[in-house]
Design a protein around this ligand. Sequence first.
Ligand SMILES: Cc1ncc(C[n+]2csc(CCOP(=O)(O)OP(=O)(O)O)c2C)c(N)n1
Ligand SMILES: [Mg+2]
Length: 741
Amino acid sequence: MATTKTDPKSAAVSERDVRKGGKTYEGLSREQLIEAYRHMYASRRVDDKEILLKRQQKIFFQISGAGHEAVGVGAAFALKAGYDWFYPYYRDRALCLALGATAYDMLLQAVGSGDDPSSGGRQMPSHWSLPDLNIVTGSSPTGTQILQAVGCAEVGRYYAAHPDAARKATGDYRQFKDVKFHGDEITYVSLGDGTSSEGEFWEALNTAANSRLPMIFVVEDNGYAISVPVEVQTAGGNISRLVSGFPNFHFEEVDGTDPVASYAAFVRAVAYSRAGHGPSFVHAHVIRPYSHSLSDDERLYRPDVERQRDAQRDPITRMQMFLIREGILDEKGINRLEKQVDDDLQVAVDRALQAPAPTPDKVLWYVYSPNLDPTTSAFETPPAPAKPETAAADGRKSAPKTMADLINSTLRDEMRRDERIVIFGEDVADCSREEYLKQKLVKGKGGVFKLTAGLQIEFGSDRVFNSPIAEANIVGRATGMAQRGLKPVVEIQFFDYIWPAMMQLRSELPLIRWRSYNTFSAPCVIRVAIGGYLTGGAIYHSQCGESVFTHIPGLRVVFPSNALDAAGLLRTAIRCDDPVLFLEHKRLYRETYGRAPYPGPEYMVPFGKAKVVQVGSDLTVITYGAVVPRALQAAQKLEREHGVKAELIDLRSLNPFDWETIAASVQKTSRALVAYEDTLSWGYGAEIAARIADRMFEHLDAPVRRVAAMDVFVAYHPDLENAILPQTADLFRAMKELSDY
Ligand SMILES: Cc1ncc(C[n+]2csc(CCOP(=O)(O)OP(=O)(O)O)c2C)c(N)n1
Ligand SMILES: [Mg+2]
């Protein structure tokens, strides 16, 4: 269909028109107004077509952009396609068309074709994703795009300050992550009025205001969120009033059914934000003439009188009347334009209906990077500790160091090697008021566990900085940054407080690649302090729960038990091309067990390779994290007292995990014990136990046993904590029973 791409620079036509004595409309020429109508009408007609196709059961879902056409076209004309960045929501069909998307692209998604450029048949229609136009893969959860857009906006500024970081590099994720930046690009993000109730919206405004980010927030206010009217969602019924106190913003409130007024509002917003003054907020009043979606019938909650009132503001008919009134097009001209759009659309529909369906053999494609496999030998390098004299020279000692020390050294060396790495999180900076550091008034903090100590001092405040206490903010921004090629290595201060980020962690970050059919990706690292055995940690500083995350396709999960593995796995996590949840056990940070000299700046441990901590032949113990040293103690006692030799496997990496090592060991010993710190029921070890029972039944001489925490949270008093968490004595008892079976 005809989707004439509008060169945003043609806005300059207005000057020519003026010189010729032609009238312009807020700077829009007559040609541009005709173009605007073409996009608006095309958008409405794609909706109408999809609705028809849905009724004919040729597509499976429909959600329309009807009523939102004018504001979308106004925004597209004021911004630059393929230059600025776009996080549109599902009603932005007209915006996407005016930026250069085609109706055919959209219909391919509606039919769910394997050729659908946005998702390969994986996402519902209206889930836009077109990398050439900088339209970033969107999803269905309301509002998750907003914090990602914040991250995206931060990236342009970062590359402007660190242009070398944008260079291509080989040998790690950067080889597959091209960077586009200009330095003055704007990030557009839109949402509905109801979505402004989501906390992430407010977190995003807060950061955008505080950092004066070049962003435009657009609230397309159609007065309803499915059946819930705006006054129920928004205190006082007007979002503009609520956000008006945010500093550094430019605000616009506009009739979003009027393309000329919308365009003018966006031109002002763009001028403000592109100049670097800060973010803009455009509140556009629109209508929603087609119910929420085809699954909704708004007559159930909106009386005719209200719906008719809206209909009078329909942007399509208003624009037709405007063009006629202004003598820009007469009725014939309008009919000709509409016929052209309809004819082109029919061609697109016919083609889309013939497009190939996706094939089930590809469903697992792009869950992880197809380019860089972190389980391969490319990520396996031997430790190369510094010789004592060089070690002394660069301030490091070849003496055994703690896990905390080695994580810190690994971060430092990786930051030296890769300027795309940024670190942020709660308290991770040495000191936000950097003048105190410069004046040497303070030493700096660098994390509540000091894992990032000294990094801000060495790398500067734009590479290592504090976030607000808002975990979705941390993960959402990291996702947006990683989409544009940065490598955020962010910290969640305590696993117990990871849950505000759960929508981002479950439904966004790990899905970026799969849902966009490998056209976007977001490889980044989320470091999380986890676990108990702390004495006094109590409920909210001792939780495990790793199985919640190993249950998420697309997310790598690692859990080292000692300093050397932590260094090697962290380096792999940073250099690989997938999102990684890096779990650091707090109790192990400074434990004597598992200390090691720093293994050098190239040391890597591949994912999915377990370590056999002790070789044995009588039973297999499969574990990880802080249970490893406890299981080792129990195994040594078992050998000492009973001559029973257990083979102890430290998984190190939970997703992927090393089935081969488990299988080989169980085949040898015929007895398996799975031990983990998390609560017993539905814990990570349940999956391992089930697989052993399922696949190795013939090799087993005893039931697969588990040792884990009681099914309750960790309590404060040490006696309670000891009873709740698996102890060496519990492990010893279980091993003994299993060997006796
Ligand atoms: C987190 C989340 N909660 C609920 C839903 C279900 N849902 C989809 S759209 C919608 C209403 C959104 O209303 P609004 O933000 O006003 O946008 P509109 O559809 O009116 O343009 C709801 C509740 C969802 N997709 N995501
Ligand atoms: Mg709404």
